[in-house]
Each structure stands twice: as structure tokens, then as C-alpha cells.
Write a protein that binds this ligand. Structure first.
Ligand SMILES: Nc1nc(=O)c2c([nH]1)NC[C@@H]1CN(c3ccc(C(=O)N[C@@H](CCC(=O)O)C(=O)O)cc3)C=[N+]21
Length: 294
């Protein structure tokens, strides 16, 4: 048996069509949702992602602003730009592409973004709000994973979910969203003993460790939903060198899993889709505030 494919490109197209409809509605109220993207340095992968984010905005009818800085820029220059964008009512979302060069204090940069414009959901206050079940911007990658599970009719409530990876941008918020949706969640990481004993019990397995093809079919419970957040280049000297691959060995996993996301075409496109969705939501909240004042 081969697993059902949880198709992130198809779901993205669906969701983005609906977003474009909502964007044209809010434009009638005189507001054009606008995302500002800040990119520091010349990491080629970051440049591709930023280009995709900007293109996604335009296609959905949103406005985007892009600010590029050289790798050796003084952090204060970026902080000043963030302050300017925070104060600009025509900007609804601000994203600083990570990772930042070493002279930056990443946390200080993320905290400088207004909570109301933090469409990445990385600000400590948004993280706190999410953990308390309050209205918040959810981080885009885990939010996109929840949408993929929902569209794929994967039952989350009561499921045993295992998340591999404990990063602030994926693993931790993923665990929170799954917990809120009623799963029993285990978070595994580099110090976990006997990883496979955990993964083999998972009805839902989310893998976000950044190690190419690390999870193999023998680590997966038959019928499980396997979500691959990995985004790696196949190392030199291996077949398909230079191509994208996930943290899951798709070839062996697909024969065991009940449902699985491919790389590319799984979680990645949904990350950008949820970024657009958060930007629209930010614009809608601003419209509510304005109309509340009027
Ligand atoms: N502040 C910030 N927010 C982010 O959301 C953020 C970030 N920094 N830094 C880097 C990571 C990575 N990320 C991806 C988004 C889309 C794809 C994506 O669309 N991937 C395509 C393939 C793209 C390709 O061909 O390279 C796919 O999986 O099908 C991948 C990765 C967002 N990130």
C-alpha cells in the first residue's frame, strides 16, 4: 500500500484563491493588505524564499515591500527600518527573513516588530498568547501543517502525535497547536533516547530536524500521517545531488505511512500561504480597529 499524498501545492492553490477573494473584499473598504519583507545578506536560499513570498503577495492582490541590506549592515539600520514600518498604517505585516548574520541579536530584532504586525508569529508576546489559547498570529509552518492535516481528514483529537525537533519556529509551536487540537504530544530532539520507540507509536509524526532522509519506513507506525518539514539539499556525491529533499526518506516511508507530505510540494508552499493569510488577518484587524473608532 502506498500512502495518500498530502499535497501542499494543491491545498495552497485552494486557500490562496479564497484569500484573493477576501483581499478584493477588503480593498472595497479602502485597505490593501501589505507585507514588508526585510532580507539581510545574500544567502541564495533566503533570496528564493523571499522572492516566493513577494510573488505570493502580488498574486493574491496584496501589496509587498522589500528591503535588502548587505550582510555587514549595522543592526541599528534594520531596527530603525522596523520602527518606521511599525508606525506606517499602510503596512500590515513585517517579516525579517531568518537567519540573520552574526552581528545581529535575532531575538532583539523579532521583539522590535510590533505584535500587531508580527505575521511570522515569532514575537514572544504572540508565542505567549498562542500558549494560552488567546487570539494570536500562529507561526506559518506549524499553522500550515494543521491545515494539511485538516484537509487530509487526519483525526488530531485523541491522536498520539510525535514532533521531532524543538525549535522556536517549528517544533515548539507545532506541539502547542497539536495539543490545543486534542492530540497527546511528545516532543523528541537530539537528546532523546531510543527515538524509534517514540516515532513507532505516533499516529501523527512531524519531522523538523534538518537532517536529510533521517526518518525511514521502519521508524513509522503503519497508517500514520507523516509530515516532513525538512528542506535539505541532497549532499554532493549522492544520487540526485543538489536537489531538495526532506528529513524523511520518502521512498521507504510511503509504503508504511497512511498519509505523507512530499518535499518539495508539501509543507513549504503552505508556509507561504499561511504568511499571506496572517497578513490579510492583520489588515482585517486594523480595519476593525479603524471602523470601531469611526
Ligand atoms: N522570518 C522567517 N520566516 C519564515 O517563514 C522563514 C524564514 N524566516 N527563514 C527561512 C524559512 C524557510 N521557509 C520556507 C518557505 C517556503 C518554502 C517553499 O515554498 N518550499 C518549496 C520549494 C522551494 C524551492 O524549490 O526551493 C516546496 O517545499 O515545495 C520553503 C521554506 C520560510 N522560512
Amino acid at each position: 500500500m502506498s500512502a495518500r499524498i498530502l499535497d501542499g501545492n494543491a491545498l495552497s492553490a485552494d486557500v490562496r484563491a479564497r484569500l484573493a477573494e477576501q483581499v478584493s473584499q477588503i480593498k472595497l473598504r479602502g485597505i490593501t493588505p501589505c507585507l514588508a519583507v526585510i532580507l539581510v545578506g545574500d544567502n541564495p536560499a533566503s533570496a528564493v524564499y523571499v522572492r516566493n513570498k513577494v510573488a505570493g503577495c502580488e498574486k493574491a492582490g496584496m501589496r509587498s515591500l522589500r528591503f535588502d541590506y548587505p550582510a555587514d549592515v549595522a543592526p541599528q539600520v534594520v531596527l530603525d527600518k522596523i520602527a518606521e514600518l511599525n508606525a506606517d498604517d499602510s503596512v500590515h505585516g513585517i517579516l525579517v527573513q531568518l537567519p540573520l548574520p552574526p552581528q545581529f541579536d535575532e531575538k532583539a530584532v523579532l521583539e522590535a516588530i510590533s505584535v500587531d504586525k508580527d505575521v511570522d508569529g515569532f514575537h514572544a508576546e504572540n508565542v505567549g498568547r498562542l500558549s494560552q489559547g488567546q487570539r494570536a498570529f500562529f507561526p506559518c509552518t506549524p499553522h500550515g501543517v494543521m491545515k494539511l492535516l485538516e484537509a487530509g481528514h487526519v483525526d488530531v483529537s485523541g491522536a498520539d502525535a510525535v514532533v521531532i525537533g524543538r525549535s522556536n519556529i517549528v517544533g515548539k509551536p507545532m506541539a502547542m497547536l497539536l495539543t490545543q487540537a486534542g492530540a497527546t504530544v511528545t516532543v523528541c530532539h537530539s537528546r532523546t533516547r531510543d527515538l524509534a520507540s517514540h516515532t513507532r507509536r505516533a499516529d501523527i509524526l512531524v519531522v523538523a530536524i534538518g537532517r536529510p532522509m533521517f526518518v525511514t519506513g521502519d521508524m513509522i507506525k503503519p497508517g500514520a500521517a507523516v509530515i516532513d518539514v525538512g528542506m535539505n539539499r541532497i549532499p554532493a556525491g549522492m544520487p540526485n545531488e543538489g536537489k531538495l529533499c526532506g528529513d524523511v526518506d520518502f521512498a521507504s516511508a510511503k509504503d508504511v505511512a497512511g498519509a505523507i507530505t512530499p518535499v518539495p510540494g508539501g509543507v513549504g508552499p503552505m508556509t507561504i500561504t499561511m504568511l499571506l493569510s496572517n497578513t490579510l488577518e492583520s489588515a482585517e484587524r486594523q480595519a476593525e480597529r479603524q471602523e470601531g473608532r469611526a
